[in-house]
Design a binder for this molecule. Structure first.
Ligand code: FMN
Length: 76
């Protein structure tokens, strides 16, 4: 199965409640695609930081969207 994990970037990283979400779940055997919204910061290491924190799942590179992304940008 493929899991999409979305969060806003706060202070250059994934907003911290997401840490609890990933550590409370087991992504073994799952493809995990992180995505984030931000005012200007890139996705940066936020996805790989979460991957390191949990240690399970096949984490993909993911994508950053602007905070006012249109439906078309999200689906492309
Ligand atoms: C406390 C706080 C810290 C933030 N830090 C960043 C940041 O470091 N870089 C950035 O580009 N945007 C930052 N933002 C903007 C959020 O990423 C942006 O508001 C969010 O992605 C849009 O999602 P929302 O509609 O749920 O607020 C910050 C916002 C808040 C409230």
């Amino acid at each position: 199965m493929t899991e999409f994990i979305g969060y806003p970037i706060w202070w250059g990283g994934a907003v911290w409640p997401v840490n609890h979400f990933v550590t409370d779940n087991d992504f073994t055997g799952e493809k995990v695609i992180p995505f984030a919204t931000s005012a200007s910061s890139p996705l940066g290491s936020s996805g790989s930081d979460l991957a390191t924190m949990i240690g399970t799942g096949d984490w993909q590179e993911g994508q950053r969207l602007s905070s006012n992304a249109s439906a078309g940008e999200v689906s492309s």
